[in-house]
Design a protein around this ligand. Sequence first.
Ligand code: SAM
Length: 271
Amino acid sequence: MNGRRMTDRGMTHREPDGTGMSGRDRGGGTPKDPSLRRSLALFRAFMREQEDPDACYALLARDAADQVEAYGGPVAGRVVVDVGGGSGHFTEEFRRRGADAFLFEPDVRELAEKPPEGTVLADGYLLPLRDGAADVTFSSNVLEHVADPQTFLSELARVTRPGGLVYVSFTNWLSPWGGHEWAPWHYLGAERARARYRRRTGRPAKHTLGENLFPVHIGTTLRQVRGRSDVRIVSARSRYWPFLTETVVKVPGLREFATWNLLLILRRCPE
Ligand SMILES: C[S@@+](CC[C@H](N)C(=O)[O-])C[C@H]1O[C@@H](n2cnc3c(N)ncnc32)[C@H](O)[C@@H]1O
């Protein structure tokens, strides 16, 4: 991998770290998670995503790396595998923090002009990695784009070492953002929402339901993940929400609309 080394070091078990320190305190430059300030900063960045994608994804990457470190300890010296990492902003952020981080992305069109060194073109269903190669397996907003999320999760678990951390987040179908670029009109049906997007923008939508976007639900996903023997749930929470991040996920029905984006922090079994 271009001179970079896949190591197999142990990882501290801190869930979350209990220091009360945010990325900002640790020098990461992001507000405390959760907090209104942080959610507003992320929201503003999303709103400017088209104008300034680098600033948006750099902030998102710092924020996600803070979350990984809050649950798993510092990533410095750890092997981090970013599955479906697209432009590579997350991989770059993990590297900035001293991790041996690698981007695995199946779609060459999603890569940045200059992807991180050592990027591997690979499908998340079949990663070219040995069992337990990673200390942290990271997948941000990919699960809703795969037809078989449970097989995808199995592969993430396989490549994570026992005791290692799996970070998975996804936008669920009934989230106000569930229809992606055609949200919130997906509540009226995917076909109608796609057609409306085309009419309004003059461009075909990037996502088609059943092809590259799938209706993933929070309740079903939690039941399936709880039934697995290869991982246990450390936290199931809203990724971006400013308060009650775990509470909202406990309320059937409401959680499908109010969570926006589910973040699962999983520990690879056996520890
Ligand atoms: C919405 S983008 C998310 C990109 C990045 N992880 C982020 O959070 O900004 C979805 C990504 O999932 C990738 N993807 C889709 N199917 C995949 C699969 N089977 N295995 C791995 N990645 C996949 C896409 O190529 C795309 O880069």
